[in-house]
Design a protein around this ligand. Sequence first.
Ligand SMILES: Nc1ncnc2c1ncn2[C@@H]1O[C@H](COP(=O)(O)OP(=O)(O)O)[C@@H](O)[C@H]1O
Ligand SMILES: [Mg+2]
Length: 267
Amino acid sequence: MNEPSLLNISGVYRSFSAGEQQLTVLKDINLNIKRGEMVAIVGASGSGKSTLMNILGCLDKPTTGQYFINGQDTSTMDADQLAQLRREHFGFIFQRYHLLGDLDAVGNVEMPAIYAGKDKKQRTERAQRLLSRLGLADRLDHKPSQLSGGQQQRVSVARALMNGGDVILADEPTGALDSHSGKEMMSLLQELHQDGHTIILVTHDMDVAHFADRIIELKDGVIIRDVINAQPTAQQTLPQVNTATTSWLNWDRYIEAFKMALLAMLS
Ligand SMILES: Nc1ncnc2c1ncn2[C@@H]1O[C@H](COP(=O)(O)OP(=O)(O)O)[C@@H](O)[C@H]1O
Ligand SMILES: [Mg+2]
């Protein structure tokens, strides 16, 4: 039997009411994403990328159609169950980082674990470890305003990994970065992909999309292309990022996979 999709979107439409009118932003979207894939969703501004991303991340619901995660129909879950699923399995990265200005790097990275009710000492240690692995060991107590764009985006990657980050959803993660920091960010996402994370990236920039193994193109809310990218843009060497990430992230992956299996059994 084929391995079931991790994420399965079937016949999804999303409409918004704009005054008298209905604006249909996503039209008959059908999409399967397997565990461990690195996918780019590309399209012009307004094509529906963020709307699709919000549905994938359980931040929004389809108007009609179905969304299954690990075979489980999300429409049967209540708000608490969706929030838990989101917290435990999804990590989000945004164009403008969405960091809290009053908190230092460690405080920001800890946030998802606070909601998950993790012990203070454990979560601080984990946040410090993640930030150090991402080359920010000497920036732990810096506030976002004291960090460069590239550094802030790495803080947000650490935050996405705080609870495991089984699936990383990144909406225009390079959109606010200079081209060098942007390439570094993409290489970092490729590294996480190699460590087993499922990466879904939204971008309007085809050069950024070429870092992924699969490219899905949206136009006016319709998928017009879904292709394998046989030769993703090669990973750069990352001087600031410790290459020892592989082993410890793999351990994380193992725990995450175990949790997913347990969750599937319980449901
Ligand atoms: N909450 C909303 N209410 C009304 N219209 C929306 C809403 N969210 C998105 N839209 C509209 O849907 C279209 C697609 O938006 P979006 O998914 O953000 O596109 P993209 O991310 O590809 O730029 C746009 O025309 C946008 O104005
Ligand atoms: Mg968008």
